[in-house]
Design a protein around this ligand. Sequence first.
Ligand SMILES: Cc1cc2nc3c(=O)[nH]c(=O)nc-3n(C[C@H](O)[C@H](O)[C@H](O)COP(=O)(O)OP(=O)(O)OC[C@H]3O[C@@H](n4cnc5c(N)ncnc54)[C@H](O)[C@@H]3O)c2cc1C
Length: 532
Amino acid sequence: MRWIRIEGLRLHSRDEEGRLRSQIVDLLGLRESEVGLVNIIRRSLDARHRRKPVFVYTVDVQVEKNVSPAIKFKKGINVHERPDEPVAPTIIPLRKKIKPIVVGSGPAGLFAALTLVRNNVPVVLLERGRKIPERVQDVEAFWRKGELNLESNVQFGEGGAGTFSDGKLISRTKDPLARWVKQVLVDMGAPEKILVEAKPHIGTDRLREVMINYRMYLEKKGCEFKFEARVTDLICHKGQLRGCVVNDREEIVGDFLILAIGQSAEDTYVLLSRKGVTLAPKPFAMGLRIEHPQAQINAMQYGRWKDEAGLPPAEYFLSARLKDGRSIYTFCMCPGGSVINASNHLGRVVTNGMSLSDRNGFYANSALVIPVKTSDFYRKSPLDGLNFRRIWEEKAFLLAGGNYFAPAEGLNSFLRNKTSPEVGFTTFLPGARAVSLDQVLPSFVVAALKEGLLLLGKKVPPFLSREANLIAVETRTSAPIRILRGEDGVSVSLEGLYPCGEGAGYAGGIISSALDGIKAATKAIVRESSSL
Ligand SMILES: Cc1cc2nc3c(=O)[nH]c(=O)nc-3n(C[C@H](O)[C@H](O)[C@H](O)COP(=O)(O)OP(=O)(O)OC[C@H]3O[C@@H](n4cnc5c(N)ncnc54)[C@H](O)[C@@H]3O)c2cc1C
């Protein structure tokens, strides 16, 4: 048997998937009995050009080795041999026993730990936050009553920053292991459809279950989890890391440490800087969240087919180039979701987006951001980016009343520079307060948002809806800092330290952070198990 890949098959409804087989038989010019298994590899929705939305498929088809298909040429359809893709990372022969520590239970830390236990290396995983059931209670108390737990919140705790998210698994990477990452998530309880959808998502409700299953699986395989275990110091001897200190008390010794702390652990960045670990400033992006009724987004994207059965809540990605060479773009769109309070520091407001697996909420939101260059904030310390975003997060907190409400303004009010700002209903909890957003963001970001929104409105007029509201501030798009590492994955200044994931500045998003965790652990195993 051999496998043929066909790209570009089209159907108007997912209910018609049963018809794919007859399309394939016809396309390949074969008899029905000559076509074996048909596996859907990818399904995307093409709703462009104001045409009726169509689902576009890539499939792998099994045919007998000795059968020669007589492929009919059809515009937009591509037929070729299935490429060889690795199904899982290779197992590395160990030359000696090694004792690693992993810090952080986000995607980077979890996939680093999985890579280690798959290679029969036992792991200790340290996580400053709490397990999901307790964490959910802490986060809900924050959203309901404004009571922030500094160690258990949207950024810190089991599963990392993405646990309270839309669980979008989109990544621009061409790394074939991205499929394996999704397969692992399916094995841990994520829906199978994430393996085929072009824009897969899990939803925070399912993701929480997946993360708990993931922990239980790793525990069975030799990973010891320690929660409420914050790394407060590194134990170093002659430029070599020997372990770390947890909660200023307990010493944990190891041969090397995989550091997957995410981008919100400012105290840990300060610790690294104090220990002489080389850090560098990194560009990031900032702006705000924009929220519309989902029905308006459906109309904007699907036009007169907006009420067609079988169409998912519509998504969008918009961007435009600005006069000064910067751009404006939407990011992390959450159909049917809500804007959430993602702060992990006292006296600061940070927005982000979240949705449930069925994405059936009344509103849609997205980050709307402007790139921030290092020259916008860098003076002399690599920590300057953290200080820069802190200023705006604190401003947001204070201007909205100092009770973790978000400053917010109607889109029209913002664009018309109204002196008495207005805002409609937003999903943000504990609440939002009408504030002129001109005060809440750096002037270059405000100017770029105003210019950019008008450009986006020219491209897609319904985007500038009267009912759209802006909620500030969105600052945690990616880390404003990089923990420099060499090709071998090790910190350029501290032997035995393997920084990875979003916090190291080499990844952003769930999939790319997971892939970076795998890479870091693989490099560490190769290097550490062969060193004397
Ligand atoms: C609300 C929200 C929604 C998001 N939505 C999406 C989405 O839909 N799709 C997507 O791809 N990405 C999304 N992201 C981004 C995504 O979550 C991150 O890119 C990803 O989680 C980064 O993975 P990581 O493992 O590098 O770090 P993190 O997930 O941030 O994990 C780091 C972990 O390290 C722990 N830690 C930090 N310091 C210490 C210390 N000193 N000691 C012990 N433990 C420590 C933290 O508690 C945390 O659990 C979202 C983020 C947020 C906040």
